[in-house]
Structure formats: structure tokens, C-alpha cells
Design a protein around this ligand. Sequence first.
Ligand code: CS2
Length: 310
Amino acid sequence: MIQCQSKKDKEPEFLFRASLLVNENHTWYKGFEHLADLLYERSKGRMKLEVYPSEQLSKEIEAIRLIQAEVIDMTTTGSVLSNWFEMAIFCELPFFMRDSIDMKKFINSSIGQQMEKEMIQKTGLRPVAFFQRGERHLTSNRPIKHPDDLKGLIIRIPNVPAFVTAWSTLGAKPTPMAFSEVFTSLQQGTIEAQENPFALIKSAGFSEVQSYINLTGHVVSWSYPVIGEKQFQKLPKDLQTIFLEAAKDMQDFEHQLFQENEKSVQQELKKLGLTFIEVDKEAFLKKCEPGIYESLSPDMKTVYHQIKKI
Ligand code: CS2
């Protein structure tokens, strides 16, 4: 965060920079742009936010480290934080939440609160809102209906240990990689498949380099817009209040866009030439669920059962 001493020339007192993995077409980017407007207006120019899409500024893991080092200030993140604290895995645990979870219920539950507390304590990142996401599905250049079809498939995954467990248990070859490298790697054939929600598949243009969307629905997830805790604590109280309120308004704004997009995105992906494949979900679940469960520490097994009851 850049703190400007002089108040002349309409310089903001606090300049924040956000590094996002999505490009300008995605609702998260639009949400952050909205946040930038709100912060500027409501603080009368004292706070300014610059939003950098497409990992231009840094890849997700690097963004987290740069925020911790106070070089940049914001990003969106979630399960990747399980490299810092294990509980973050529940943001995106494969084959765990079968139906769309009630996000608000989770976030407001004692486990949701604990997740936020641990995030601040163990990573130095403060979640200021949450973005709901659609289920993650597998895209590829050959149809995948059953785990047996995955044999040897090189699939890009985000840098999340539980994703490695899931896809290797299923028989594929998972390769952790930053999001900004996925399009080119698919184009060049160094990876053969990737998995993400419809919205990101569409905004990233993966229809140009993939032929099938296999409806695995293997992850129901959300993402947290975060700010560095140190940066947040440097703000005077009045600006902290403005910041948190603006972040909640960004959440509502993005949520609206997300819901509108979800109505049409499947049709649009079909129009772009992707073929939708129904998969044997039970077979995926049966093969993967025990391995995922066994990979959790005893404490996380307890949390696993607690979340199932929410
Ligand atoms: C993204 C992110 O990189 C990706 O595929 O969809 O969901 C990523 O999984 C999260 O940001 C993890 O923290």
C-alpha cells in the first residue's frame, strides 16, 4: 500500500493495488472495479484502488506473498491458502459438497468464522467478502464419462494439494500451474485438460482450445476477496468502516452479475462449440471420496463431519 504524505494534487492518502487471476470479462474483475469506484467516492478521494487483471501483476501464490510483504494489497483466493493453513481446503474440497451449499450458512457458521480467523492469523490476509462460484467441471479434447477414461490424462490444477490427491486417485496426471499459463499450455499441448466453473471457462476463452465440458461438478466453491491485514490495520477507523461496507456492496454487486451470467453461460459455451458430456458421477465419487478423506489430518476429519451437518 502506498501511503502518500502530501494531500495536494488530489493524491489519495492510501493507494491499493489488487492482483486478480481473472481477465476483464469476469465478474470478479467487474466487482473489483465497482469496489474501486465506491472506495474513491465514499472516502472523497482519500482511498484509491487499482485493479490488475490476468495475473499481470503476479500469479496467485506470488500475489499472496506480495500482499504479506506489503508490496501489493488485494487479491481473490481460497483453497490455495491450504498451503498455509489446512482448513482452507474446505473452500474447494473435491467431491465433498455435492449440491450447491448455502454459502451464507457456511460463512456465518462457527466453522466459517474460524476459517476467517485462521486466515488472518496464519496468512496475514483478511477476507472482506466472498464470491460464490459455480461447480467446477473438467474440460478436455476427448470425452470423459468415467474415471477409467482419465488414465494418464495430463490435467492442469491450481496449486492445491487436495487437487493432486483427487486427480491422481482418479488415474489422471495432475499438474499444478498458475491460471495465467493455462490457455497457452492447452494450446501447445503441454497439458490436455483443466477444470474450472463455467464462468471462468467462458471468460478465459478455453472454448478455443478445448472441445468437451465433462460435467463432473466435482467442486462447489467460493473465493474470498482479501486485503493484507497489516495494510488494513494502517487505515484510520473511519476508512476501515468505509472499506468493509464497500466490500460488502461489491459482494452484492458481483453476486447479481454472477446470477445473471449463470443463466446464459451454458448456452453460450455450447454456441462456442463445446460439447457437454454427462459423466458417471457416482463412479467418480466412489473412486475419489475415500482417498480425499484419508488425506485429511485428524483435526480436519472432525471439521469435515461438522461441515456435512451444516
Ligand atoms: C482458479 C482458482 O486457478 C484456478 O483454477 O479457479 O479457483 C483457484 O482455484 C483459487 O483461486 C484457489 O485459491
